[in-house]
Design a protein around this ligand. Structure first.
Ligand code: FPP
Length: 289
């Protein structure tokens, strides 16, 4: 295995470095997930075929991955091909996306290795064409020793199907473990908690995303990581994916760092002690009334 990487921040462009200097390096998110949208519109605006938008989108992927690796972002997950894309897009477009994925992997494995990036995938992968699966497997083997950013491509991915798969997995495990003992099965079901679900998702090995970015202005989640983004911050930009670069990732992280994450609580300023101090006067006032 490669040694953990030393800082590569000096490899950022001057413009990227200017944004990076505004960031708190200790609060770089652990996991950024991106819904890459707008390839078709990018092409349409230029009177080009949609395919060329996807091709340009693949270039953006590489730029963004390399910036992520330079700031040592541990996990980057990209929504590259949804189950719905697979079912609802014309066959010719699906075939093109599959070819593009293959050529992207073949063409970029060396750059992934140069940038210490490890490749991973989530989704119903066995439904992808066999030759694409082979190339995916090859790219993950070629990059398995890398210790920097893990780039996960969500392919033939849908969050609801992921939850269905997790449920099947959980039920199968419980049935096997109870080995015909109905009471044992009942207690296994009663013991189930969120952790049991999380560890049967495709993302079991990853932390939940802290930040979800969506390009092209649409304010939807589109069946992406529904369980995992329960407390993620969401950043929507009007920029179309083929125009998205590393600097825009850094801008999104700067925006993320300006937010206060509360996880359903009240934030750092509200400890029990402070609340008691604040409310003692209020309560006395209410009682007087
Ligand atoms: C959305 O654009 C994007 C996709 C359906 C696929 C994303 C694919 C890429 C970025 C390129 C290939 C990726 C890799 C990893 C090689 P859209 O077609 O929905 O755009 P539109 O909403 O403007 O029509």
């Amino acid at each position: 295995m490669r040694a953990p990487q030393t800082s590569r921040v000096h490899e950022l462009s001057l413009e990227e470095a200017a944004i990076y200097r505004q960031l708190d390096p200790a609060r770089i998110p652990q996991h950024v997930a991106i819904i890459m949208d707008g390839n078709g519109r990018w092409a349409g605006k230029r009177a080009l075929k949609r395919f060329l938008g996807h091709q340009q989108g693949a270039e953006s992927v590489q730029y963004v991955v390399e910036t992520a690796s330079r700031i040592n972002l541990p996990w980057l997950t990209l929504y590259a091909f949804s189950l719905e894309n697979n079912l609802r897009r014309p066959k010719a477009e699906v075939n093109f996306l599959m070819k593009l994925l293959k050529s992207y992997l073949v063409g970029n494995v060396k750059r992934m290795n140069d940038n210490n990036v490890r490749m991973a995938y989530i989704g119903r992968l066995t439904e992808l064409p066999a030759e694409v699966q082979d190339t995916m497997q090859w790219a993950s083997e070629q990059t398995a020793q890398n210790t920097g950013t893990t780039l996960t491509l969500a392919l033939n991915y849908g969050a609801r199907s992921e939850l269905v798969d997790a449920m099947r997995h959980t039920l199968r495990d419980a049935i096997t473990e109870s080995a015909g003992d109905f009471e044992r099965l009942q207690s296994l079901i009663a013991e189930m908690d969120e952790h049991h679900v999380s560890r049967r998702l495709y993302t079991a090995q990853m932390p939940d995303p802290d930040l979800v970015i969506r390009t092209s202005g649409e304010q939807r989640i589109s069946n992406f990581l529904l369980w995992q983004i329960a407390y993620a911050e969401i950043f929507v930009t009007d920029r179309l994916w083929p125009d998205f670069r590393g600097i825009h990732l850094l801008e999104a992280i700067a925006d993320f760092q300006r937010r206060e994450r509360r996880y359903g609580g009240l934030g750092d300023g509200f400890t029990d002690e402070k609340m008691e101090d604040n409310h003692a006067g209020d309560t006395a006032e209410l009682v007087r009334r």
